[in-house]
Design a binder for this molecule. Structure first.
Ligand SMILES: O=C(O)CCC(=O)C(=O)O
Ligand SMILES: [Fe+2]
Length: 317
């Protein structure tokens, strides 16, 4: 990698094709070094993304006080207004497994007219993301160890669940220097699947501390490892710090789907994942306790680093 290079080359997983061993080892390597990779042929059409884009525009273009009907002080609490994560960031959360109901309860409060398309499209996307997440976990398990497969998947990951955030970034009109749209954080998930539009701005921090661009590429989704999988894999996979910077005065749209262990799960790396002779890096912990730890910390709230899974359960931290 040259000195001046600022974007990172990541492996591209073609989920529609059989996997070969050399790809699996490059995937494992990327997950350890960067905690990020790309995915193509994921089965989500351009048309579905355009619909999601248009619907989210309708949503974020609503007046602020309308959006606050589902804001942090409402009973629904699905909307994160500007100035929580950053001045330029707002977001709507849609939770699974019943994405239809979750989206509908926000839509009912937000839109004057019945808006069933909104919740139907979000349900379609949520379901596709669930399927994709399951397949991604299976591929990751295969990359961890040859022959590590179905049984381990069933016993460890069968109760995972997902939720998504529809994100809207609106930078100031006169943008002289780049601004942070979403500050440095790690995700609390097992894996996160991100769709980013063509504006770009997603960056991952290298182990040496350098911010590297994850360039948008049409038809490609970004996958990143979260804290739960970092702990479960005994750090064979890395939950990397990442952020979003806004470099041009243009609105940016993204969708982040978080695939997580169930709240009650005790996260403990299986012996065969730790590997003989290796030390265990985490004490076992209950998933929900970690989520609460993050939420109860003002600094942990928006997933700020310094209050992540290593600080919570890492041995020797
Ligand atoms: O907007 C993006 O591209 C990434 C968002 C993100 O990192 C998150 O929501 O956790
Ligand atoms: Fe993130």
């Amino acid at each position: 990698m040259s000195e001046s290079q600022t974007s990172v080359e990541l492996p591209i997983l073609d989920i529609s094709q059989p996997l070969n061993p050399s790809f699996l080892s490059s995937l494992a390597e990327a997950c350890k070094t960067w905690g990020f990779f790309h995915i193509i042929n994921h089965g989500i059409s351009k048309d579905l993304f355009s619909k999601l884009y248009l619907l989210s525009n309708d949503l974020f273009n609503l007046p602020s006080d309308t959006k606050l009907k589902v804001g942090p002080f409402s009973s629904i609490k699905t909307y994160t207004p500007h100035f929580i994560a950053s001045p330029y960031f707002e977001s709507l959360r849609v939770s699974g497994p019943n994405f239809l109901d979750s989206a509908q309860s926000s839509a009912n409060a937000l839109f004057v007219q019945q808006n069933s398309e909104f919740s139907e499209i979000l349900q379609e996307y949520g379901r596709k993301m669930e399927e994709l997440s399951k397949n991604i976990i299976k591929v990751l398990l295969m990359s961890l160890k040859h022959g590590f497969g179905k049984k381990d998947y069933e016993s460890e990951f069968k109760n995972c669940h997902g939720y998504m955030r529809i994100n809207n970034y609106s930078p100031p009109e006169s943008l002289e220097v780049e601004v942070e749209g979403l500050g440095m954080h790690t995700d609390m998930s097992c894996v996160t699947i991100v769709y980013q539009d063509e504006i770009g701005g997603l960056q991952v921090k290298s182990k040496e501390g350098k911010w590297m661009d994850i360039r948008p590429c049409e038809g490609t989704l970004v996958v990143n490892i979260g804290d739960m999988l970092q702990a479960w894999s005994n750090e064979k996979f890395r939950s990397s710090e990442h952020r979003v910077v806004l470099k041009q005065p243009a609105n940016r749209f993204s969708l982040a789907f978080f695939w997580c262990f169930e709240d009650e799960k005790v996260i403990i790396a299986p012996d065969e994942v730790v590997g003989e002779g290796n030390v265990r890096l985490y004490n076992p912990f209950v998933c929900l306790d970690y989520l609460k730890f993050r939420e109860s910390n003002e600094r942990g709230k928006f997933e700020k680093v310094g209050f992540t899974v290593r600080d919570f359960a890492g041995i020797g931290h």
